[in-house]
Design a protein around this ligand. Sequence first.
Ligand code: K2U
Ligand code: ZN
Length: 172
Amino acid sequence: MPLLDILRYPDPRLHRVAKPVAAVDGRIRQLAADMIETMYAADGIGLAATQVDVHERLLVMDTSEGRDTPRVLINPELVAASDEIVSGQEGCLSVPAVYDDVPRHARVTVRALGLDGQPFQFDAQGLEAVCVQHEMDHLVGKVFVEYLSPLKRERIKTRLLKQARELLKKSA
Ligand code: K2U
Ligand code: ZN
């Protein structure tokens, strides 16, 4: 299965709002499999379809110890979220080498469709709660650097654009 290209911030396509998946069919199952493979290859614990330039509400994640228990969430919805907020350091496969603190709900309840097309619901806390909120942000076009100060965000944008230009020069 092909590894998928991951969009890099500040690519404007990262800010598109994903549409609901209309049917859990072979195309979606293949996309989920490719996203899981891409996530593992990139040493990520989550990946949203938006990040691979597919603007449908689908995300994959694996916060298991053994990194061998992938979850596929189709049309995920946040059913409940704790008032308690925790702030932890986050990174993003679309924003390489940038880590900063982001506020998240400590506990969430999420409802989604599985690859069998059936609905399921789960409670999450800790890293799993942070990860699913991070991925669901991607599906509404939000990247974690948007929680940072405008100054930090501008510095990150400038640095990544410079890196992209240098990469282009090298490959020319
Ligand atoms: O969406 C992504 O870019 C995947 C993120 C998900 C994530 C970010 C912050 C906190 C939890 C999950 C990547 O997995 S970032 C790399 C990473 C790996 C292990 C733990 C935390 C972050
Ligand atoms: Zn991310």
